[in-house]
Design a protein around this ligand. Structure first.
Ligand code: PNS
Length: 161
């Protein structure tokens, strides 16, 4: 039984993230999508709200659950019995950044937690949460970027007031 954690800010979750979750759901027995805090980022939408959106967007995947956590990622993984993290990567820049986190997480877990990189589906290689936030802030159409089930709420949450 292989249980994996897919961590990230998901601010907000995009169709690129969903593509990675769907493929993880086929590859592994159990998948936990985890909203965690990136110290380099600021968030205007709570982790609970971002997790709620993901829950609705992965409702079609029975072996995927969603949670939010404010501590160290490796502590969460250890406590839920997962020894593998899966990160979606779009390009070489993502690989560089994620490789740094891989080493840190390996070290912090004393070698017990590993990381796999899964390339995002090519149709989403250009897509990022920051593009979604930017387009949404001007009231632009984000229908091609985020799951239909959460589109209206995401658009409203990031629209400039
Ligand atoms: O989507 P992001 O912001 O690129 O994801 C990065 C994230 C949130 C997974 C990373 O910052 C993280 O793991 N944060 C939790 C706290 C932690 O464990 N920090 C050490 C990671 S090297």
């Amino acid at each position: 039984m292989t249980k994996v954690v897919c961590p990230g800010s998901f601010n907000p979750v995009t169709l690129g993230h969903i593509n990675v979750f769907e493929r993880c759901a086929r590859l592994f027995d159990e998948v936990v999508v985890l909203v965690v805090h990136n110290a380099a980022k600021t968030y205007h939408v709570s982790a609970q709200q971002r997790a709620e959106w993901i829950k609705r967007a992965v409702a079609h995947l029975p072996n995927v659950s969603v949670d939010a956590y404010s501590g160290l990622l490796v502590d969460y993984a250890a406590s839920c019995g997962a020894n593998l993290l899966v990160k979606g990567v779009r390009d070489a820049l993502d690989v560089v950044v994620e490789t740094q986190m891989y080493y840190a997480n390996r070290e912090a877990s004393k070698g017990s937690i590993d990381t796999m990189f899964l390339p995002t589906g090519e149709q989403f290689a250009y897509l990022s949460s920051s593009i979604v936030r930017d387009v949404a802030s001007y009231g632009g159409d984000i229908g091609a970027f985020v799951p239909a089930a959460i589109l209206e709420e995401v658009a409203a949450a990031y629209r400039k007031r």
